[in-house]
Design a protein around this ligand. Structure first.
Ligand code: 5AD
Ligand code: SF4
Length: 467
């Protein structure tokens, strides 16, 4: 029996999908090369914005139609575009939906998808091999919703293979409760995995050849805040908000064979002196922080419940850049939050300029059922959200170019990821700041190597150079 997992959403979902693949392989299933040979297809869904949810649910609908011989299935590479479809094959026997959208929809999932075989929320993906077995025995429409405090099983399952990079979940859930965000409702309360568990997982990955780990948590700097993540066997820690995460970095910095440690996402409140010290002291910790700002207007930040001001946010960025001027800071911004005026928007624009972001992701506000802001009128017209989105992206292109221009002539240490997609004679990798670096290999290189690249040319999102 062959299976396939389609993933929508963030890195957490990518990680959960990988764990599901590992659990399915361990249960004796094989991975299908593409949809046409898959017996079992699982869609991992996102619900952070309405469009994200609709894509995953729509994909599931297409798969169910294909299973019933009604519709047309799409190749994974073109599934997003929804084009280039080919006639469905009769191979699909089971279609399952997992992830955030399942928890949001609850029993309504079967209103949208009456023929769905199983639906399972986040933190319960460990049940999937068992659910597949039940469906193969004839059951259908099975729904499993996790509790908000559930500790998943199978969290440390990795699919193996020759990857040089791996995600590692360290903090589940989120207790921040920003007004617009559905994540706490779907991913539950914070739970920090014991440090000894995380260290053991990273050691095993490094022993297998993984060079870079990315530690995941919705607000990863809150690691160890809600539950004491440190037991008697863990490295010593004074405990408390500011220390647990830096101590985890210290323990991971000591793992043999590992070259780099990244983590995401961060809240400015966690950008403490202890964190900055960890960046300075532990050489494997990459000099990049994804620090979503969401807005540059104090009025909007307050409405959003972000618990920092514009000045406090900029102080966090300044602290990182004071210690390393090349420190890369990237962000998320929401445009068109309820009541966002032209003045609020211009405040976001100027904050982005002052912060000098190396990259930015802009999202158009999307009301999510049950969140505090969903009770407010979604009063910024779609075309205006679109305009603000375009303005910020155009600004970021100019800013990205200027930030990258400063790196021309410098030498960046690059972890090799593979041949460049655009030009196979060139190779591609990332520097410590997560900047994409494309280079001519003057000598043979392998995936996972660390090489020194002199930068010759800069673009807004990419650096070009030679070894
Ligand atoms: N509408 C638009 N964007 C959102 N995000 C989270 N919730 C919403 C929403 N309701 C964005 C935030 C977050 C990113 C992952 O998604 O910018 O950082
Ligand atoms: Fe989407 Fe948020 Fe769930 Fe990630 S945690 S998959 S972004 S809803």
């Amino acid at each position: 029996m062959k299976f396939l997992v389609h993933t929508y959403g963030c890195q957490m979902n990518v990680r959960d999908s990988e764990a599901v693949e590992a659990l399915m392989l361990a249960a004796g299933y094989e991975k299908a090369a593409d949809e046409s040979e898959a017996d079992i297809v699982i869609v991992n869904s996102c619900t952070v914005r309405d469009m994200a949810e609709r894509k995953a649910v729509g994909k599931c609908g297409n798969l169910i139609a294909a299973k019933e011989g009604r519709g047309r299935a799409c190749r994974p590479a073109t599934a997003e575009a929804g084009r280039a479809c080919r006639p469905a094959t009769a191979a699909i026997k089971i279609v399952g939906l997992m992830g955030c959208a399942v928890k949001r929809m609850g029993t309504d999932v079967f209103k949208s998808l009456p023929k769905l075989d199983f639906a399972v929320g986040p933190r319960r993906f460990g049940a999937i091999p068992r659910l597949v077995e039940r469906c193969l025995a004839g059951e259908t429409r099975i729904l499993e919703l996790p509790d908000d405090d559930e500790v998943p099983t199978g969290m440390d399952a990795h699919a193996g293979g020759a990857s040089f990079q791996s995600y590692v979940t360290v903090l589940l859930g989120c207790d921040n409760r920003c007004s617009y965000c559905i994540v706490p409702d779907v991913r539950g309360h914070e739970y920090s995995r014991p440090a000894r568990e995380v260290v053991a997982e990273v050691r095993a990955l490094a022993a297998r050849g993984v060079k870079e780990v990315c530690l995941l948590g919705q607000s990863v700097l809150r690691y160890g805040v809600r539950n004491p993540a440190w037991g008697p066997d863990d490295p010593p820690s004074p405990g408390g908000y500011t220390e647990a995460f830096p101590r985890l970095l210290e323990a991971l910095n000591a793992v043999d064979g590992l070259a780099r440690i990244r983590f995401t996402s961060a809240h400015p409140k966690g950008c403490t002196d202890e964190l900055v010290r960890a960046y300075a002291e532990f050489p494997k910790v990459c000099r990049h922080l994804h620090l979503p700002v969401q807005s540059g207007s104090d009025r909007v930040l307050k409405e959003m419940g972000r618990r920092y001001t514009r000045v406090e946010y900029l102080a966090a960025v300044a602290k990182l850049r004071a210690f390393d001027p090349e420190f890369a800071v990237t962000t998320d911004v929401i445009v068109g939050y309820p009541g966002e005026t032209e003045e609020d928007f211009e405040a976001t624009r100027s904050l982005m300029e002052e912060a000098g972001f190396d990259n930015a992701f802009v999202f158009k506000y999307s009301p999510r059922p049950g969140t505090r802001s969903a009770a407010l009128p979604d009063d910024v017209p779609t075309e205006e959200k679109e305009r603000r989105d375009q303005v910020l992206l155009a600004d970021q292109q100019v800013r990205g170019q200027a930030r990258n221009d400063r790196l021309v002539g410098t030498v960046r240490e690059v972890l090799v990821e593979g041949p460049s997609l655009r030009n196979a004679a060139r190779w591609s990798g990332r520097d410590s700041g997560n900047r994409i670096v494309v280079f001519e290999p003057s000598r043979p290189v392998r995936i996972g190597d660390l090489v020194q690249v002199r930068i010759r040319e800069a673009h807004p999102q990419i650096l070009i150079g030679e070894i």
